[in-house]
Write a protein that binds this ligand. Structure first.
Ligand code: SF4
Length: 442
C-alpha cells in the first residue's frame, strides 16, 4: 500500500514521522509524497498553541476532503489533548495518542486490517528520508518532561520523561548513515533530561554516538539552558559535534522567568553562552523568546530587551504570547492587550534581524565544510542557487551550473558575503565526486 505522512509542529514530530516511515517500509509498504494517491495517511498533530491546534483541525479536514478513500490516522499532541473532538471529525479512522506512538505502525496494520493490503516493492535504496527530500534526520532520544513551565502545554500532552536505550539510538544512527545520511539531530521534548530514568545523561549519550558511530555530523535539537553536566562543554571540541545550540531563553527578565517557572536565571544563561563562545569561535546560539507574557511590565520588557541585545543571537524564534487553555499562565492576572504584545514582538523582530545579519557578517571570510541539500532556485541562464548548512548552522547559498548536483555532499567553502536569508559560499575545494567539476561564477 502507499502511505503518506504529514506532520505539524516540532522536530520530535518530524523524528517520529521518520521512524514510522522506516517501519512501514520494513513491512513492505511504500512511502509516497503525494497524499492524493495514498491508501493510508498519517497526521502527526500539534497543540503547542491555540493556533497550532486550529491548523491541525484544518489539516485533518483538508486531507480527508482531498482523498476521502484513504484511511486516516491522527496522532500527536492535538489528538492526545482533544481525543473526543478528533474522533468526531469526518474521515478519521483511528487516533493514536502520544503514549502509544511507538506502536502506531503495528496498530495501523493490525487494527485497521491494513496488512491485508498488497505489499509494494520499494525501490532499492529508496530511503524514506531522501524520498521525502531530506539530507538530515531527526532522531528521537527521549519523550516527556518533568518540569512545569507555566506557559507550556507540551509537558501536559507528552507526560513523564522516558529515554530510549543508548544502543537503540546507536543502531538507528548507524542504519541512517549506511543509507547515505551524513547528519543527524538528537531531539526530545526535554533533551537535557535524557537518561534521567536510565542513570545516564545527555553527555553520556553524545560520547556514545561519537565513539560507536561514524556519522560525520551530529547536531543537538532544542535544549533547555539548565542541567548541563560538567563535561558537556568540552564535547564541542570534537569537530563532529556541530557548534550550534538552540537554547530557549523565553525572557531576559528574571522576574518574568520566575512567573514562567523557568529553571535558568539571566546570569546563568549569560555564563553558559560566554563559555561556549570562549571555547569555539563563531559558536552559534539561537533561542526562543515569548513577547508579552502575562504581567510583563514596561520595565520588565526593557530589562528583557536589553539582555537579549547584550547577549546577541544568530536567530530568535519569536512567539507573541497567546493564552493556552490547560496552562497555568492562562490563569495569571494582567494579561496584556494584543496591541502591546504586537508592539513588543515587532521591536524584537527588528532587533533579531539586526543580530542575525551581524552574525552572518562576522562569519564572512571563514571556511566551513557545508552539507549541501536538494533544494535549489533558478539563478541565471544555465545556473542555479543551491543551499546547505555550515556546522554552526548558517544557511549557505552557492551558484552552480544548472545540470550539476552537489546534493548530500559536504564541501569546504569560503563564506564570501552575507545576504538577507543566507550567506554566500564559494566552494574552496573542487568537489571530486560530484557529477561534474563545479565552477564558481566569481
Ligand atoms: S522544560 Fe520545556 S517541555 Fe518542559 S515544561 Fe518547560 S518548556 Fe515545556
Amino acid at each position: 500500500m502507499k502511505v503518506h505522512l504529514k506532520t505539524l509542529g516540532c522536530r520530535l514530530n518530524e523524528a517520529e514521522l521518520e521512524t514510522w516511515a522506516q517501519a512501514f517500509q520494513k513491512s513492505g509498504h511504500q512511502i509516497t509524497r503525494q497524499a492524493e494517491v495514498a491508501n493510508l495517511i498519517v497526521i502527526n498533530s500539534c497543540a503547542v498553541t491555540q493556533d497550532a491546534a486550529r491548523k491541525s483541525r484544518q489539516l485533518i479536514r483538508r486531507t480527508h476532503r482531498d482523498n476521502p478513500q484513504a484511511k486516516l490516522i491522527i496522532s500527536g499532541c492535538y489528538a492526545t489533548l482533544n481525543h473526543e473532538e478528533v474522533a468526531q471529525q469526518m474521515g478519521v479512522d483511528m487516533i493514536v495518542s502520544n503514549k502509544d506512538k511507538n506502536r502506531l505502525v503495528e496498530k495501523t496494520l493490525t487494527e485497521l486490517n491494513m496488512d491485508a493490503m498488497p505489499a509494494m516493492s520499494t525501490e532499492p535504496g529508496e530511503f524514506s528520508l531522501f524520498t521525502r527530500g531530506r539530507q538530515r534526520a531527526f532522531v528521537k532520544v527521549q519523550d516527556g518532561c518533568r518540569f512545569r513551565c507555566t506557559f507550556c502545554i507540551v509537558t501536559v500532552a507528552r507526560g513523564e520523561e522516558i529515554s530510549r536505550p543508548v544502543q537503540a539510538i546507536i543502531d538507528e544512527i548507524n542504519t541512517l548513515h549506511r543509507q547515505g545520511l551524513n547528519e543527524v539531530i538528537l531531539t526530545g521534548v526535554h533533551l537535557g533530561g535524557y537518561g534521567s530514568d536510565l542513570g545516564n545523561n545527555l553527555s553520556g549519550l553524545i560520547k556514545a554516538v561519537l565513539t560507536q558511530t561514524h556519522i560525520p555530523r551530529l547536531r543537538l535539537g532544542s535544549l533547555e539552558p539548565w542541567e548541563f553536566s560538567e563535561d558537556f562543554f568540552e564535547l564541542f571540541l570534537n569537530p563532529r559535534l556541530m557548534p550550534h545550540l538552540h537554547l530557549p531563553l523565553q525572557s531576559g527578565s528574571d522576574s518574568v522567568l520566575r512567573r514562567m517557572a523557568r529553571r535558568c536565571k539571566t546570569e546563568e544563561f549569560a555564563a553558559i553562552v560566554s563559555r561556549l563562545r570562549w571555547q569555539i569561535p563563531h559558536f552559534n546560539i539561537t533561542t526562543d523568546i515569548i513577547a508579552g507574557f502575562p504581567g510583563e511590565t514596561e520595565q520588565e520588557w526593557q530589562e528583557s530587551f536589553n539582555f537579549i541585545k547584550q547577549t546577541g543571537f544568530g536567530h530568535i524564534h519569536i512567539f507573541t504570547y497567546s493564552r493556552r487553555e490547560g496552562t497555568k499562565a492562562a490563569t495569571l492576572p494582567n494579561q496584556l492587550s494584543n496591541d502591546i504584545k504586537k508592539q513588543r514582538s515587532q521591536q524584537l523582530h527588528e532587533l533579531a534581524n539586526e543580530m542575525k545579519m551581524k552574525f552572518c557578517r562576522d562569519n564572512v571570510g571563514c571556511e566551513f565544510p557545508v552539507l549541501w541539500e536538494g533544494y535549489n532556485e533558478p539563478y541565471a541562464v544555465g545556473k542555479k542557487l543551491v543551499f546547505g548548512y555550515t556546522p554552526n548552522y548558517l544557511r549557505a547559498g552557492c551558484v552552480i551550473n544548472a545540470d550539476e548536483s552537489i546534493e548530500n555532499l559536504t564541501l569546504n567553502c569560503i563564506i564570501t558575503a552575507a545576504e538577507e536569508n543566507y550567506v554566500f559560499a564559494k566552494i574552496s575545494v573542487p568537489s571530486l565526486n560530484a557529477n561534474k567539476p563545479v565552477h564558481n561564477p566569481a
